[in-house]
Ligand binder design. Structure first.
Ligand code: URA
Length: 434
């Protein structure tokens, strides 16, 4: 490979050919090319973007840098959901068991939290004994036995993304739509999926606050899914206030269990039904996403989704009694209440500050190696758009002996405003895809 010529061509704005993409990816993953070479190419991609066919080759080369989850001939369809991440986003936890209870397979490979958004795996690990670091063999066996699995990325899946993502993270090259889309889609496609739903968040708690940018990312990932043979749709959803009422680890598991019992906050239940409806449609189990949503609601109400979760928790080393008794989950020893200082209507002005408040309490990571306190968090007693009176309790802060409490309360104060009534953003702005 003539890397200098390849780089010069991309720097001039030309698209990489399939051969160039394959040569680069192979040489970088094997360590023949240095990080400095890859950084130069990523920088050129960051500046010039990628054409559709070029991006599909790039994503496919990332995907083929490792193994793809094995699957036999026939059998139930495999579907998954990916969220771009938000504050209080626990949708995957009730969603995956509900979709599995309806007959599809859900290989839910998720990430850990970093910064102001929490990770699904960390939340699940607040269930005593629950393990998410599984071998590929164990992951596949649990998926076959229970219909779903909650697992961390294995070292064999998409090694190219592991190298490229940490390089992008270290060099300020994360915020590029083709690089984000290829990173997410290569990992999802390595699950051997038939269908995928993308929950692309926008608003003050989202990774991309601007809905236009969210829609562009969604369209790019949908086009990649189509080119690479996976039915893909996206929901563009609001992160202008936290999803549900709880933000933290164990507190979000409690809320997920409420949702699995057919209750829980309305916005969480609505998003679980919407994403689940799309997943069942991709799986070919229903004729419309609306019918799929009804099937999901039934699985939550009749206990079948909870049965799946009990089996998954047991298979992954956790205590399945938690599904019926949330007092077995970690709880913070102290609770502080924040009261409304004036009468008015509650608005969230900076949802990311809620995530940062949980981080201050010890319930998040600044560095990948940080320990997380599973018990701390916050629970809203009021939602955006609700009228409150001076002295009403609006948020509970679950803390450990006051650690980080002052800074967390200041951030929670920054996150909201109490003023005149004004319209709240709809939960779903747009559905993108056929
Ligand atoms: N999440 C990913 O997996 N990759 C990115 O590049 C950004 C967010």
């Amino acid at each position: 490979m003539d890397f200098a010529a390849l780089l010069a061509s991309k720097r001039s704005g030309a698209a990489l050919s399939e051969g160039e993409v394959l040569d680069f990816m192979g040489a970088y993953v094997e360590g023949i090319l240095e990080d400095a070479d890859a950084e130069a190419l990523l920088r050129a991609i960051f500046e010039h973007g990628m054409e559709e066919a070029e991006l599909a080759c790039w994503t496919d080369a990332m995907l083929r840098s490792g193994s793809v989850l094995a699957r036999g001939e026939g059998g139930p369809a495999r579907v998954d959901k990916h969220s771009t991440g938000g504050v209080g986003d626990k949708v995957s936890i009730p969603l995956a068991p509900a979709v599995a209870a309806c007959g599809a397979r859900v290989p839910m490979i998720s990430g850990r939290g970093l910064g102001h958004t929490g990770g699904t795996l960390d939340k699940l690990e607040s269930i005593p004994g629950f393990r998410t670091e599984l071998t590929e063999e164990r992951l596949s066996a649990i998926l076959d036995d229970t219909g779903m699995v909650f697992a961390a990325q294995t070292p064999q899946l998409v090694p190219a993304d592991r190298k490229l993502y940490s390089l992008r993270d270290a060099t300020g090259l994360v915020a590029s739509i083709p690089l984000i889309a290829s990173s997410i889609m290569s990992k999802k496609l390595a699950e051997g999926l038939d269908g995928l739903v993308l929950d692309v968040k926008f608003g003050s708690g989202a990774f991309l606050p601007d809905p236009e940018q969210g829609a562009e990312l969604a369209r790019t990932m949908i086009s990649l899914g189509r080119r690479l043979g996976v039915r893909t749709t996206a929901l563009l959803t609001s992160m202008d206030q936290p999803l549900g009422a709880a933000c933290g680890h164990a507190v979000e598991i409690v809320e997920s269990l409420d949702c699995l019992a057919g209750g829980g906050p309305d916005d969480l239940a609505a998003l679980v039904r919407l994403c689940g409806g799309e997943m069942l449609l991709h799986a070919g189990l229903v004729a419309s996403a609306a019918e799929g949503g009804e099937r999901i609601a039934t699985a939550l109400e009749d206990g079948s989704a909870r049965d799946v979760l009990r089996r998954v928790i047991e298979a992954q080393g956790g205590d399945p009694r938690c599904v019926d008794d949330s007092s077995l989950l970690p709880a913070a020893p102290d609770v502080e209440h924040i009261e409304a200082p004036v009468d008015g209507t509650l608005h969230f002005t900076d949802t990311s500050a809620v995530g940062r408040a949980v981080l201050e309490l010890g319930g998040g990571r600044r560095e990948r190696t940080d320990e997380v306190d599973m018990a701390v968090g916050v629970r809203w007693r009021r939602k955006g758009g609700e009228r409150v009176q001076r002295g009403d309790r609006i948020v509970e802060v679950h803390h450990r002996g006051g650690a980080g409490l002052e800074r967390a309360c200041a951030l929670l104060g920054d996150a909201l405003e109490i003023g005149d009534p004004c319209e709240q953003p709809a939960l779903v702005l747009e559905r993108i895809g056929d």
